[in-house]
Each structure stands twice: as C-alpha cells, then as structure tokens.
Ligand binder design. Structure first.
Ligand code: PLP
Length: 262
C-alpha cells in the first residue's frame, strides 16, 4: 500500500545554485508537506548573478524520465516550470496524463534577464499546454506576451486574464509584483473557474533583487492543490507562504537573494 501523503510531480529546469528552478520547487513542496518528484527539462549553469549556459538533454531522455515516473507513481498534481524549447513542450504535452491538475508557471525570462523559453515556443505553450492547465501563473511580462497587450493597471491585468482563459485553462493567476502601484501593495489577480476575480494582496517587501519567487509560489500552490485545497484557498495560502519566505530571505552568493523556505 502506498502512503497517504499527497504526491506532486515537478517538471522543470535545474538551477544548480539552488535559488530557483527545480531546487526551489522541491524546497517549496517539502515545506508545504507534500512528496516531491522531479523530471528535469533543462540544465542551466547558473548562480545568484545570472545564467551562463543552458543544456537541454535530448527529448528522448525527457520522454524516458516521464515514462519512468508515470508508469510507477500516481500523482495528485503536476507543476511545470522552465520549458526552454518548443520540442520540450510538445514532448510533455503528448505524455501528460489526463485528470491530474496541472499548474503551469509560464516561465519565459529570468529576473537576471536571461531567456528561459525560446521566443518561437510561445504559440506551442498556448496550444499544447495552457489549454490543458488547471491554473497558469504568468507574471506581468509573461501575461503581456500571452495576451498580446500592454498591462499598466489592475484593470489591464483583468483583461489579460480573461484573454488567457480563452486559451482553455480553468484558472489564471497574474502575479502583480512587476506592476507599480501607488499604495505599496502587490495585487495578484486570480480569475477563477467560476469566472469571478479575486484580488490577493500583500505588502511589497523591499528585498532588492530576490530570485526564485515565481517557481516557489507555483510549487506552493501546486502542493496545496495536491492536498485538495480549493483554488482560492490554495493561492492565498501559497501567497502567505512565499511572502514569509521572501521576508526572511537568505544571502547565499554575490547576486540576488533567495527565499528562506523554513
Ligand atoms: N532558473 C530556472 C531553472 C527557472 O525555472 C527559473 C524560473 O522559473 C529561473 C531560473 C528564474 O527565476 P527568477 O526569475 O526568480 O530569477
């Protein structure tokens, strides 16, 4: 008999310095008390100052990893992060099991400015993965690219969320951290399956550059979904978790700070 713990599969890229990517995902999932399995899409050579190289193992090996885990383990949720190329997106899309909630973090560019998804892969992201997602979690820059519009206000965030929902996902969370607001609050906009908007706010922490927040938030939400929390509660709890991890941040290298997960 398998243990009762909720099981999350993370499909994402590696950050060897541990602040972002699959390393952050596993920390976030573990701190949120789920079992984390991890299939690696892409290997970055990276530290807290930026990305110096990217190597994508052949998609036949990605397929082998996915086959290995899917034929053995029954997951309660799947979180997808860095995808790097159109071919990686297509491989995953073909092998994703139905009926497992998919939390898709639409990773495109790192905080350092490094490109984590080839520009020609955006259409495949929409038509092969967003359409299957339970939740997508773009930041403002990613939402602008996906919805093909400029976002300057909360109203624009709502319009973009509606547009992204037409690609077929059930819920859309646009993270507001990159939007300048007058009241020093970050406003994250959730457009839920019931077509209602929820504004999930938190104070803006002046932590200078910090990286790994997007990965950690999506993994915390995916953990909560794996534990069967409903969407609004899952996002609120994950937001509180990441807020605390940012507040108590760590300096581990010469560049960006990282989250302190526990
Ligand atoms: N490296 C990897 C492997 C990632 O998946 C991500 C984001 O998802 C990043 C780096 C960038 O993280 P950040 O933008 O928080 O620096």
């Amino acid at each position: 008999m398998t243990d009762k713990i909720a099981k999350l599969l993370i499909i994402a890229g590696s950050d060897p310095s541990g602040g972002a990517g699959i390393q952050a995902d596993i920390k976030s999932a573990t701190a949120n008390k789920v079992y984390a399995a991890a299939v690696i899409t892409s290997l970055t050579a990276q530290n807290t100052q930026g990305v110096s190289a990217i190597f994508n193992p052949p998609t036949s090996f990605l397929k082998a990893q996915l086959d290995a885990v899917f034929t053995d383990i029954k997951f309660d949720a799947i979180k997808i992060g860095m995808l790097a190329t159109k071919e990686i997106i297509e491989t995953i899309s073909e092998l994703l099991p139905k009926n497992i909630p998919l939390i898709l973090d639409t990773v495109m560019v790192a905080t350092s400015g490094d490109l984590l998804l080839e520009k020609n892969a955006v259409e495949a992201l929409k038509s092969r993965l967003i359409c299957k997602a339970f939740l997508v979690t773009p930041n403002i820059d990613e939402a602008e690219i996906l919805a093909e519009m400029k976002i300057k206000s909360v109203e624009d965030m709502k319009t973009a969320a509606k547009k992204i929902k037409t690609f077929g996902c059930k819920n859309v969370l646009i993270k507001g951290g990159h939007l300048k607001t007058s009241d020093k609050k970050i406003k994250n906009i959730l457009l839920a399956e019931n077509n209602r908007f929820y504004i999930i706010e938190n104070a803006r922490i002046d932590a200078k550059k910090i990286h790994g927040t997007g990965c950690s938030l999506a993994s915390a939400i995916a953990s909560n979904i794996a534990k069967k929390q409903e969407i609004v509660k899952a996002v609120k709890n994950a937001n509180n978790y990441v807020f605390k991890a940012i507040k108590q941040n760590l300096t581990v290298g010469k560049g960006s700070k990282v989250l302190k997960h526990y």
